[in-house]
Every structure is written in structure tokens, then in C-alpha cells.
Design a protein. Structure first.
Ligand code: ATP
Ligand code: MG
Length: 564
């Protein structure tokens, strides 16, 4: 039973069902869930919801959870995808231990069960073409018609089915169908196909099989063979549940798991369909499955998302039967909150403007200033080099300041975070563009640490990086991949790609220590947001940072007054 003290699970209807089943001792076996991806692509945030739900519920109630590859379609599946999926599940923080299974492990058992179905006149070999079969199936308003092959004898069916398995027919010549009810109002029950002929090599069973079981047949049997108690799937399988139960009732399977459906996770401004994600990758709209703009786990990870943030997100969106589009801001808030507490702080200037402090003595050029983590003392103090020439953010300076602009402006005093108060005296322009190229300031030597000894008020505080010590870095600013909230509902979703979904800045300047951080380490760049050293391109000699998410306060846009 669940230990309520150590792990209070938030309520959701699936946990309620599980809890009540356990209380009633409904099953003669341990609680068992499974996560059943098809190894034909990389996992996305929707899968994360399913992983958290299955593994999380199993953990909460001391059950087990299997990772099962649903590998019944040799055309699209591969070992590469399996390895990636396993790695993603582990990264997310879940471990199936040795409980990694494959539907293909059950091919022989599935075949033997199919023989039983044929022998008991519950399945037959049909020889209609695919088009004919579609036509015979009927529609939502029109009942289906029986195939002329529906009344083949068991013996005839057995012979044909074995010949199919022996490779004696071409693809499409025959299929094995369940014999249920061609007049059923549920189209899934109108003699669904159980097996089809496929001559492609399977990544695990090679050419041993010439016939492959269909999902609806394979899934319920696999669940039963693994002793699954609760088989969770998304809402579109609700209409398949009668078939799930029909197959298990028709066969001498070891147990009969319960299928329960829940709403898929859908996020706005992105897509969570493997097929559409493949189109983005294959057509080069993104740089790969790990493009930081994608909602794949590989993409989110490269962007800088933490597993903790994704798990928290899955918890927050909950589990329901009502399909909704979740605001991507909910996801962003989760990572922001996690990184606010866990990420080290650093200073970086993304759009640098040179500042020269004219009265600052050259011999003080390596002076160090201490900076503390505002939330977590365990980060200790870091020492930051100050010097006569620094960079500040270009938009922290205004030559003709608007009302309420408390940052740097001619004659105006501002606090350089952790260092000194400086006042702008004059500017120097780039003669060709007319843009401000250098801002000249004087500093108050008695304001070390950023406080005036006379207690005078200085409203604005800005960040900076020493020009002598700072390292040049590339910074990649990511934005939403689509410019419409629900691209999946658009006819041509590709025409709604946001053309400004990434901005690459090659001349950012970062605190020197940032150059040598490990790939994938995350920092808050003060006043800018959370950034992650790119897992692939980041080098000490050429640092590269991805923006995970901006700070909650989109400060410069909404309020020109400095708050930090
Ligand atoms: P897609 O529609 O992206 O191709 P899929 O359902 O075909 O996804 P599978 O590999 O079969 O992909 O999914 C494995 C498991 O993850 C299934 O149990 C499925 O229900 C679940 N899952 C997939 N997408 C979502 C989602 N958006 N929200 C919740 N669960 C999902
Ligand atoms: Mg699927």
C-alpha cells in the first residue's frame, strides 16, 4: 500500500482507480504498469506525461513499471530509436531496471494465439484488397458487409494462415481478421485486421517473420503476458477498448488487464505528434531531433530543461479525460522555478556596449568583487574581476532617457551590480553609423559593493562584464517554434513556423569562469534569464549558451525602471 506520509500523490482519477483497486484487492498480482513506445522516433513532452504517469503511479503504490517497445512495424523502427528512448526515460529520472520488453518477444505466442482464434472460428483469412476491405467496412452511418471470404472453414483458414507465415504470399494478398460483427456501430469491431504480410526485415527478428501482428491485437496480449494490471493509453483508444477486451476474452491469456484512457498532452505554439515532428526534422526546418526549439525530450534537454522541471510540469497539468491545450508558459514556469532555486548566478552581456570609467586607476584592473547567490548560500561567493573598461547591455543605456528610465544616461548615476556607482559623463559615436560606440563614466571610489556611503539613493542597477577579463561567447536565443497557438489544427502547419524562433548572437561577453563550465551546466545570467552551455558545441575556447527561458520579469519590456 501507498505510504501517504512519504509520498503524498496529487489526486487524479487514475490514482483513485488504482488506490481503490488495491484496497479491494482486485488483482491477484502486484500492481503493474507499462510505458509502451513504438521505437519509430524520439520521445516528446507528451510521452513524458505518459512516463511520469505510468512510472510515477507504480512508484507511488509500490508497483512495477515495464518499458515495452511496441515494435510491430518493421518499416519504421530501429535500434537507434530504442537506445534513445531508454536514455530519455533514464534522463527523466525513471528506471525500469531489467524490465525492458519488446512486443517482438511475443511474436511466437501471438502466432500461437492466432491459431487458437482460427480454430475457435474467431478469426479468418480474408483475401479482399485493401480498397475492397475499406469499402466493405461501411461508415459511421452505414453498416459493413461481410467479406465473401468470411465463411472459410477453420481448416482452410489454418492452411492459408500458415502459408502466409511461411512467406508463400505477397504483401497485401491476404490478412488475418477477427470475426466479430460487421454491423457493429463501433467500426473497430467490424472484423479488424489482426495480421498482415510484410517482407521487410525487422530490427530484432530479422526475416524470421513474414507476417506481423497489428497494434490492437499485440497490445492487449502483451499487457496480459506481462501481468499488467492497468493499461493506460490516450483517449483516441477509447473506442478500441471493446476490441482490447474481446481479444483477451477470446484467448486463454494469463490475466485480463484494465485499459484506462486519459487525455493526451498538447502544448500550444508547438506540436506533439511524432509524424509532424519527423516532417520538421526531415525537411530541415529544425537542426535535428535535439533542436532546442522542439518539444522532444532531446530538444528540451539541449535547450537546458531539467528532468525535475519536466516532472513537475507533468504533475501540474494533471491527468484528466478532457482534452485541453496546455499553455507553454506552464512548462516555462516549471523550469524557471527549478532553475531559480538550483542554478548558479553569473553575469553576461548579450548586446555589448563599451563603458570606460575614466577616473578608475589602471593599477586596479584586477580588483575582485564578491557576489553571492541570492537564494542558496551553499553556492558561496564568487569573485568577479572589475576593470576600467567594461561592457554593459546596450539597452541599459539611453542617450535621451524616457521618463522612469533609471539606468545609465548622461548625467545619471547607476549601480554596477556588486561593484560601484558610476555616472555617465559623455559618449563617443561611431563616425560611420552615428551610433553610440563608447560611454564614458566616472565612478565613486567610496561606493565599493554598490552602496553610497552618504546613503544617497540610486535607483538603477545594471549588470556588466569586465572587458579585460570577459570571454566572447555565442548565445542562442530561442523563441516559440510556431506563431499560432494550435499549429496542429491548421491545414498546413508548416506555413505557421515562426521565422524568428532563434536568434544567434556571436559577440556576447560572459564572465570568464563561464567559458570553462561543463556542457549542459545551467546558470542564471543575471537580469537576462536562464542559460545552458550547449551540450554539443560549447568549448572553453568558444563558449556557446542556449537560453532556456527568460526571467519571469520580462523587465526591460514591461517596465523601464530597474528592479534588480
Ligand atoms: P505520436 O502520436 O506522437 O506518434 P504515439 O502515441 O503514436 O505518439 P507511441 O510511441 O505509441 O507514440 O507512444 C507511447 C506511449 O506514449 C503511448 O502509451 C501513448 O499513449 C503515450 N503518448 C504519446 N503521445 C502522448 C501525449 N501527447 N500525451 C500523453 N501520452 C502520450
Ligand atoms: Mg502509438
Amino acid at each position: 500500500m501507498m505510504d501517504k506520509k512519504t509520498s503524498p500523490p496529487p489526486a487524479n482519477f487514475i490514482r483513485s482507480i488504482v488506490e481503490s483497486d488495491l484496497q479491494k484487492n482486485r488483482f491477484d498480482r502486484q500492481l503493474a504498469m507499462r510505458f509502451p513506445p513504438e521505437p519509430n522516433g524520439y520521445l516528446h513532452i507528451g510521452h513524458a506525461k505518459s512516463i511520469c504517469l505510468n512510472f510515477g503511479t507504480a512508484l507511488n503504490f509500490h508497483g512495477k513499471c515495464n518499458l515495452r517497445f511496441d515494435d510491430t512495424n518493421p518499416d519504421k523502427e530501429s535500434e537507434e530509436f530504442e537506445d534513445a528512448i531508454e536514455a530519455d526515460v533514464r534522463w527523466l529520472g525513471f528506471d525500469s531496471g531489467p524490465r525492458i520488453y519488446h512486443a517482438s518477444d511475443y511474436f511466437q505466442q501471438l502466432f500461437d494465439y492466432a491459431i487458437i482464434l482460427i480454430e475457435s472460428d474467431k478469426a479468418y483469412v480474408d483475401s479482399l484488397s485493401a480498397a475492397e476491405m475499406r469499402e466493405f467496412r461501411g461508415t459511421l452511418t452505414e453498416v459493413g458487409r461481410p467479406s465473401p471470404y468470411r465463411d472459410r472453414t477453420s481448416d482452410e483458414n489454418l492452411k492459408l494462415f500458415r502459408a502466409m507465415a511461411a512467406g508463400e504470399f505477397d504483401e497485401g494478398e491476404h490478412v488475418l481478421r477477427a470475426k466479430i460483427d460487421m454491423a457493429s456501430p463501433n467500426i473497430n469491431m467490424r472484423d479488424p485486421v489482426l495480421y498482415r504480410i510484410r517482407k521487410t526485415a525487422h530490427h530484432r527478428t530479422g526475416l524470421a517473420w513474414k507476417i506481423y501482428p497489428m497494434y490492437d491485437y499485440t497490445h492487449c496480449v502483451s499487457d496480459a503476458l506481462e501481468g499488467i494490471t492497468h493499461s493506460l493509453c490516450t483517449l483516441e483508444f477509447e473506442d478500441h477498448r471493446p476490441l482490447y477486451d474481446w481479444v483477451l476474452n477470446a484467448l486463454p491469456v494469463p490475466c485480463h488487464p484494465q485499459q484506462i484512457e486519459f487525455a493526451r498532452l498538447e502544448l500550444n505554439y508547438t506540436i506533439t505528434s511524432k509524424r509532424k515532428l519527423s516532417m520538421l526534422v526531415e525537411n530541415g526546418h529544425v537542426s535535428g531531433w535535439d533542436d532546442p526549439r522542439l518539444p522532444t525530450l532531446k530538444g528540451l534537454r539541449r535547450r537546458g530543461y531539467t528532468p525535475e522541471a519536466i516532472r513537475e510540469f507533468c504533475e501540474r497539468v494533471g491527468v484528466t479525460k478532457k482534452q485541453t491545450l496546455i499553455d507553454v508558459e506552464v512548462l516555462e514556469n516549471c523550469v524557471r522555478e527549478h532553475l531559480d532555486n538550483s542554478a548558479a548566478r553569473a553575469m553576461a552581456v548579450i548586446r555589448p556596449l563599451k563603458v570606460i570609467i575614466e577616473n578608475y586607476p589602471d593599477n586596479l584592473n584586477d580588483e575582485l568583487h564578491a557576489a553571492n547567490h541570492p537564494k542558496d548560500e551553499s553556492f558561496g561567493s564568487r569573485m568577479i574581476e572589475f576593470s576600467r573598461e567594461i561592457f554593459i547591455e546596450r539597452d541599459d543605456f539611453m542617450e535621451a532617457p524616457t521618463k522612469g528610465f533609471f539606468r545609465l544616461a548622461p548625467g545619471q548615476e547607476v549601480r554596477l551590480r556588486y561593484a560601484y556607482l558610476v555616472t555617465c559623463t559623455r559618449v563617443e559615436r561611431d563616425p560611420s553609423t552615428g551610433e553610440v560606440a563608447v560611454v564614458y563614466c566616472t565612478y565613486d571610489p567610496s561606493s565599493r559593493g554598490g552602496n553610497a556611503p552618504d546613503g544617497r539613493k540610486v535607483k538603477g542597477t545594471i549588470h556588466w562584464v569586465s572587458a579585460v577579463h570577459g570571454a566572447r561567447a555565442e548565445v542562442r536565443l530561442y523563441d516559440r517554434l510556431f506563431n499560432v497557438p494550435n499549429p496542429a489544427s491548421e491545414d498546413d502547419f508548416l506555413s505557421h513556423l515562426n521565422s524568428d524562433s532563434v536568434e544567434i548572437i556571436t559577440n556576447a561577453i560572459v564572465e570568464p569562469g563561464l567559458a570553462s563550465v561543463l556542457p549542459e551546466s545551467r546558470h542564471q545570467f543575471e537580469r537576462l534569464g536562464y542559460f545552458c552551455a550547449d551540450s554539443i558545441d560549447h568549448r572553453p575556447s568558444a563558449p556557446v549558451f542556449n537560453r532556456v527561458v527568460t526571467l519571469r520579469d520580462t523587465w526591460a519590456k514591461t517596465n523601464p525602471a530597474t528592479k534588480n
